[in-house]
Design a protein around this ligand. Structure first.
Ligand code: IPE
Ligand code: IPE
Ligand code: MG
Length: 242
């Protein structure tokens, strides 16, 4: 088996082509339900197939020079789905976190969580704490999992932390008190399944992000689609208001 460093060199064509590489990519992984309906399957099957696509993309990104990846996994608004669907999603998240620690360590991936831990079951919060601790020293990729995540709530949490510390409300203090303050701003947001909205995804961090969307449903999204998105990103001209 090739070492990870060699794999990074072998597989990452953007590096050799000297294209602009984003430091932080966010993905709104949408379309699991529609994929299931189109294939005559239960929505739950869409989510489990979507998880397989997620693992392949994470492995692909870990071999790339991209340092940070934020994945919209479960939004706070997703609690309004049926109890059956929410239960199936939580089971999938929990079993994945339990089983995949060796995968994350093999690929040098550090897991961090953004979102509220208050409404999640102890099972999930324990799984998250364990995987965050067991992958803390990995340095190839920081994988930020957004679970029970609402960007508006995250900004409110930041404001509360600032108030508790009796600090002034400044842009710097707000950024420094978000759930994962060490993450750089999001350079590029990819959304699948044809929707062109943010749905409460990292509003503060994505202030100047490039937005790339595709009609491909998340379970069908592959490394080739990801590379296409990075290719599109590398041709964008970012001016940041200047
Ligand atoms: C995204 O797929 C996964 C989650 C929101 C958890 P959806 O379940 O939203 O799929 P569609 O939008 O119904 O097709
Ligand atoms: C956003 O997708 C949340 C996740 C991908 C986890 P949704 O399917 O929940 O968002 P809307 O309802 O299309 O805005
Ligand atoms: Mg959706």
């Amino acid at each position: 088996m090739l070492s990870l460093t060699k794999k990074r060199k072998k597989f990452w064509r953007f590096k050799t082509l000297s294209r602009t590489i984003p430091t932080h990519v966010g993905i709104i992984m949408d379309g699991n339900g529609r994929w299931a309906v189109r294939n005559g399957l239960h929505r739950t099957k869409g989510h489990s197939t979507g998880l397989k696509a997620t693992k392949a993309i994470v492995a692909h990104v870990a071999r790339s020079p991209i340092q940070n990846l934020s994945l919209y996994t479960f939004s706070t608004e997703n609690w309004t789905r049926t109890q059956e669907e929410v239960g199936a999603l939580m089971d999938l998240i929990s079993s994945h976190l339990k089983a995949q620690i060796p995968f994350y360590n093999d690929y040098g991936i550090r897991i961090v969580h953004s979102g509220s831990k208050l409404r999640l079951t102890h099972r999930i919060t324990d799984d998250l704490t364990k995987i965050e601790t067991m992958t803390a020293n990995n340095s190839h990729l920081t994988l930020n999992l957004l679970i029970d995540y609402s960007s508006q709530e995250e900004i409110m949490r930041s404001m509360q932390r600032i108030t508790d510390q009796k600090l002034p409300i400044t842009q710097e203090n707000i950024a420094n008190n978000l759930d994962q303050p060490s993450l750089p701003p999001v350079d590029c947001v990819i959304r699948t399944a044809g929707e062109k909205r943010l749905s409460n995804f990292m509003l503060w961090q994505s202030a100047y992000a490039e937005f790339i969307y595709t009609d491909t449903l998340w379970p069908d999204f592959t490394a080739v689609d990801f590379d296409q998105a990075m290719d599109e990103y590398s041709h964008r001209h970012r001016t940041f208001g200047g």
